[in-house]
Design a protein around this ligand. Structure first.
Ligand code: NAP
Ligand code: G4F
Length: 369
């Protein structure tokens, strides 16, 4: 469906989701204004392919600066949809930089909402990027029947944990607390000012454009570099605790250093998830939706699947568990229930966990024979 008269502003255009959402909206015929903050190095890598494309404009702004938001909105007061994807989005970093995380992730959202109201832009639709991290330690449970296999001596049902729109929030990091504040602010502006403001509670979503310090991409990028290092070498032997060695003792490759491998995450593909964001803003009434696959895996399982794509069955010789990558508090289990998104939006994920990992490993190894 082509929407030639539509215009959207994306805060967080230079991030993983911002770039996928811009691709989606431009394909639908939208004019897209992407807001990027000033950086001393080029931060437009993920939208390079859009620079100069008809209908796409990059403007400079920072969501912690009310003046910059107000002037962008004022100059674009014909905008139909505003997507707030901007945030300090790394959970571990939020423990080290809680103030900055609060300013960008919580206050930034409030700055946009308040500017929309102050400028009288009440008919502009608003999307807030909420997060499954807000659930933290909390989950609900459901009892599901188990397919019994003869001789029928096991339990006939099992208890499954999940999170959906009715699950309480029990945040476990400064990031998650800031996201809760922004989430409640979005609901307040919806109810208090009648703004068409929706929040997508998105579970982890990844892809080749994922930031290199999130666990999925950290693993697939390491695999890509390792495969490139190994390429053409006759023999690889176990080096020391920290590195892998070829027959030449000074030719070493650092092992992959990770933190907690036992946490469960519900991982989906970012390209699928930005469609759900758009769908939320096409509804007659604003609301909040959980977006997820409904399947969950540990980081250990992720390692199994990722390494198996390059023919490595036992990754334990290549991975070091390093306390530096443990967090002061962890979110142990995330598995979403996407029934509401399925039934109201008609959304469902198109890519499985296995598709996602394969896509990421292939992308990070694509120049290796
Ligand atoms: P991301 O790759 O880290 O992108 C974050 C974006 O926010 C980047 O464009 C970043 O700009 C921008 N930004 C940060 N501080 C800013 C500021 N002060 N002013 C203007 N822009 C600023 O994150 P993502 O994975 O695309 O996620 C998009 C949003 O969804 C985030 O809000 C994230 O918290 C949320 N979320 C993500 C997931 C997930 O699994 N990916 C799940 C749930 C919710 P720079 O490029 O200059 O750093
Ligand atoms: O990939 P992660 O850093 O993602 P996390 O913390 O789940 O947060 C991501 O998803 C949220 C949605 O639930 C978003 F809101 C948020 O913005 C972000 O996109 O870590 C995933 C898991 C954690 O349990 C972490 O402790 O992997 C574990 N992990 C183990 N070793 C590691 C590492 N995480 C990172 N980043 N780096 C490691 O070396």
């Amino acid at each position: 469906m082509i929407r030639n008269n539509m215009k959207a502003i994306i805060f967080g255009i230079t991030g993983q989701d911002g770039s996928h959402l811009a691709d989606l909206l431009l394909a639908k015929g939208y004019k897209v204004v992407g807001v990027a903050r000033r950086s001393s190095v080029d931060n437009t890598q993920r939208v390079k392919h859009l620079l100069g494309v008809d209908g796409f404009e990059l403007v400079s702004g920072d969501i912690t600066d009310c003046h910059s938001i107000t002037s962008i909105l004022r100059e674009n007061d014909d905008v139909n949809e505003v997507y707030n994807l901007a945030a300090q989005s790394h959970v571990a970093v939020s423990f080290k930089q809680p103030g900055l995380t609060w300013d960008a992730t919580a206050k930034g959202c409030m700055n946009i909402l308040q500017s929309l109201v102050d400028l009288g832009m009440i008919s502009t639709r608003f999307y807030q990027a909420s997060s499954s991290e807000m659930f933290g330690k909390e989950f609900d449970t459901t009892e599901v029947p188990v397919d019994l296999v003869a001789p029928f001596d096991g339990p006939s049902s099992e208890i499954l944990k999940y999170q959906n729109e009715d699950t309480k929030f029990l945040p476990q990091s400064p990031y998650a607390i800031a996201k809760c504040a922004a989430h409640y602010m979005t609901r307040l502006f919806r109810e208090g000012y009648g703004l068409h403001a929706s929040a997508g509670i998105l579970f982890n979503h990844e892809g080749p454009r994922r930031g290199e310090d999130f666990v999925t991409r950290k693993i697939t990028k390491w695999i890509g570099e390792f495969v490139r290092w190994v390429d053409g070498k006759e023999n690889i032997i176990t080096g020391d605790q920290d590195s892998i060695q070829s027959l030449d003792p000074i030719d070493r490759f650092p092992k992959l250093r990770l933190g907690n491998l036992e946490a469960f995450r519900d991982w989906g593909y970012a390209g699928d998830y930005v469609e759900a964001m758009w769908m939320m803003l096409q509804q007659d009434s604003p609301d909040d939706y959980v977006i997820c696959t409904g399947k969950t895996h540990t980081i250990r399982k992720l390692l199994d699947v990722a390494f198996s794509h390059v023919g490595i069955k036992d990754w334990s010789e290549y991975v070091v568990q390093d306390p530096e990558f443990y967090r002061p508090a962890e979110v142990d289990y995330l598995r979403g229930d996407n029934q509401k998104a399925k039934s109201v939006l008609g959304w469902e994920p198109k890519h499985s966990f296995e598709d996602l990992v394969k896509m990421m490993v292939e992308s990070d190894t694509d120049d290796v024979k």
